[in-house]
Design a protein around this ligand. Structure first.
Ligand code: NAD
Length: 321
């Protein structure tokens, strides 16, 4: 039986990754600074550890009498644009510490395969209509935010350890990921969960507030598709960073329209000032396509699965359940 360590398993994507690894027959240890807020972890063992501390990373990586076959490093101080633009020092401090210790100790312990979750925030801003950017075009670098710079540094560190140790490193640059069991309120939520929550809270014909003018272009990837990409990448020989994202690019207005259709509510939008982030995105998926990956969920399918979950959270929160 293969053994996997999943860091950040108390969070959204890693929580789903643990479920997938269990389905595939792995023995899984999950680690996070907190328990999962929305479900009981599917991991065989769950350790609450602060991975900014090297001794916690060592504890996470150590198995008595055996070794992990795979380490998935998804722990990060993480949130949507509002969080990314206000918590710059926390992100650069906390996430770098996690990655410095995890990468170094995993290489020292001769872990065979190490996965790092990066982001398309490593790329510069784009204008609508620009041709696709490939992974190599992340440099010369000009990320829009400090979160992107931290990811770029941590990618390079992981690749340096790969060159100087026997550890195989796999790096995915995720586009926006959404789905059930992700943060939906409190300031760290990302746009799809925030839009679902806002639409849940209004009656038919009501108004929601949206940062910016609604024209910013993004791609949203349903969490099961993303986890499938991670697993394919981890089993492959693809070196270097790999973009993973649904090729369906939509404006924020189109995201709201998708939510309003699922909710069966007419929604008016009030545009307000806020941290919108970059204007446009368009990335090549050729590398992940070469592994046979294809998203199974269009935005409408994914929202149809996400909205009812967020709606249930909002209702449970109101009734104090
Ligand atoms: P998340 O916030 O739900 O999960 C991250 C987890 O890391 C959280 O549970 C958090 O408690 C944990 N963590 C933070 N600090 C820790 C510490 N010191 N020790 C141990 N655990 C700690 O976020 P997510 O959306 O599931 O993101 C997972 C990974 O994917 C992150 O690395 C993130 O940067 C990356 N990513 C996510 C998206 C997205 O759209 N969600 C897009 C691009 C990249």
């Amino acid at each position: 039986m293969k053994r996997a360590l999943v860091c950040g398993a108390g969070g959204f994507i890693a929580g789903h990754l643990v479920k997938r690894l269990k389905k595939e027959g792995f023995w899984v240890r999950g680690v996070d600074i907190k328990a999962h807020e929305y479900c009981t972890s599917a991991a065989d063992e769950f350790l609450v550890l602060d991975l900014r501390e090297p001794q916690s990373c060592l504890k996470a990586l150590t198995l008595s009498g055996a070794k992990f076959d795979h380490v998935y490093q998804l722990a990060a101080d993480m949130g949507g644009m509002g969080f990314i633009h206000t918590a710059e020092t926390e992100i650069m401090h906390n996430s770098v510490l996690i990655n410095v210790h995890m990468t170094h100790l995993a290489a020292e312990l001769r872990i065979p395969r190490y996965f790092f979750s990066s982001s398309v925030c490593v790329y510069r801003d784009m204008q609508p209509g620009e041709p696709e950017m490939t992974e190599a075009q992340a440099v010369p670098a000009n990320p829009d935010n400090e979160y992107g710079w931290e990811k770029l540094y941590s990618e390079r560190m992981a690749l340096a350890y790969e060159r100087h140790s026997g550890m195989q490193v796999r790096i995915a640059r995720f586009q926006n990921v959404y789905g059930p069991e992700g943060t939906w309120h409190g300031g760290r939520e990302k746009a799809p969960a925030a839009m679902c929550r806002k639409v849940t809270e209004i009656s038919d014909g009501g108004t929601i507030e949206v940062w910016g003018d609604g024209t910013a272009v993004r791609s949203y990837t349903y969490v099961e598709d993303m986890v499938d990409g991670v697993r394919r990448l981890m089993e492959s020989d693809l070196h270097g960073a790999v973009n993973i994202g649904c090729p369906q690019y939509v404006t924020v207005n189109e995201l709201v329209a998708a939510v309003s259709e699922v909710a069966k509510k007419k929604v008016k939008i009030k545009y307000i000032d806020g941290p919108v982030g970059v204007q446009s995105r368009n990335f090549s998926n050729e590398r992940i396509y070469s592994l046979g990956w294809k998203p199974q969920f269009q935005l409408s399918d994914g929202v149809a699965r996400t909205y009812p979950w967020v709606e249930a959270q909002v209702k449970a929160n109101k009734t104090g359940k």
